[in-house]
Design a protein around this ligand. Structure first.
Ligand code: BT5
Length: 317
């Protein structure tokens, strides 16, 4: 099905205007089938103008042409299938439905915009046009206590791509933020379904500010790649690099290379030795970060002794 659509796109690109009959002859399918594929392509963000007399005219491509990206990727897992929608409520929510529909592990859902993009604890994630908002699901053979290793590998994969794209120093902030010049450029949302001793699946959502605008009140704490680089960035190239990097780092998870993942993560964070404030359930605790545990928790020295932090929001003070 998808090959047919790729062929139809090629035919449309090569012709200024083309009739349904001619497309059906070139691609070898019926005119009704052509019409059905055109409808799907329009939903995917291809701007195809329909004129009853003359036929079809391609007037614009989506910002993220997944058919092309799929062709260029050779994933072992992440990117096994790519789905793009011009707008969704939340890509994490959509992936959750696909897991139940038995889509292959590594399926990625990308949205042009999200109306209800979410952060942790049901916070809203602002997702206007021009950013990269995507999610995928994986089934790591790990107990739930080790889930943080996957989040770490994910943030490393992203930080490395952002660093090579922007040529700036990119830092990871525990547990899930990627920062440039101390400002959040990317957030990662990990959702988990697990038994006591085994993860069933993890849904990982990535929100990366690329060419999108941000609300004025975000400027002190958030940034975008466009702002940092002073130029528009190709979403297609960036997504291609991100998916390859995510797939590579997920291989490290599968190989149980936890020490390597942790050491790399530590080389990309400033957190050790930092004075921090931890906010959890309305309480604030202050302390100094002494290290991370085997499972990715924080060891914080406070006036009440060493605390082991597994979740929560921290800020540097
Ligand atoms: C996160 O949450 O940082 C995880 C964000 C994950 C978003 C992706 S987009 C694709 C996928 N589908 C979804 O529905 N979600 C994922 P958290 O640490 O809770 O941070 C949320 C806070 O960041 C908000 O309360 C705002 O203060 C701030 N924020 C919201 N939108 C932002 C943006 N675009 N850039 C920077 N900061 C933002």
């Amino acid at each position: 099905m998808e090959n047919r659509r790729s062929e139809i796109i090629q035919v449309l690109i090569q012709n200024q205007v083309i009739s349904g009959e001619e497309i059906s002859r070139k691609v070898g399918i019926s005119r009704t089938a052509v019409w059905k594929h055109i409808k799907i392509l329009q939903k995917k963000g291809y701007d195809i103008h329909v004129n009853r007399q003359q036929g079809y005219q391609l007037r614009g491509l989506p910002d993220i042409p997944v058919e092309e990206i799929q062709f260029l990727l050779h994933p072992s897992c992440i990117g096994s299938k790519l789905l793009y929608f011009p707008s969704l409520t939340s890509t994490n929510e959509y992936v959750n439905k696909l897991v139940k529909l038995k889509y292959p592990e590594g399926t990625v859902v990308i949205a042009g915009t999200q109306s209800l993009g979410r952060g942790r604890k049901q916070r809203l994630w602002v997702s206007p046009k021009g950013g990269l908002w995507f999610s995928f699901f994986i089934r790591p053979q790990l107990p739930p206590q080790k889930a943080m290793i996957v989040t770490m590998a994910t943030s490393i994969a992203i930080a490395k791509v952002i660093s090579s794209t922007t040529k700036t120093d990119v830092r990871i902030k525990w547990p899930n933020d990627v920062l440039i010049n101390g400002k959040k450029v990317c957030g990662i949302l990990t959702e988990l379904s697990a038994e006591m001793d085994q993860i069933n699946y993890m849904i990982i959502g990535i929100g990366l500010n690329v060419n999108n605008e941000l609300p004025d009140n975000f400027h002190p704490t958030a940034t975008s790649l466009k702002e940092v680089m002073n130029q528009v960035v190709s979403l297609k190239q960036l997504l291609l690099m991100l998916l390859s990097s995510l797939d590579e780092w997920y291989k490290q998870v599968k190989l149980n290379n936890n020490t390597f993942i942790q050491e790399t993560w530590l080389s990309l964070t400033d957190i050790i030795g930092k004075q921090i404030e931890i906010k959890e359930d309305g309480f604030i605790t202050k302390g100094v970060v002494k290290g991370i545990t085997e499972n990715g928790g924080l060891l914080v020295e406070t006036e009440k002794g060493i605390l082991h932090i597994v979740t929560g929001d921290i800020s540097y003070i």
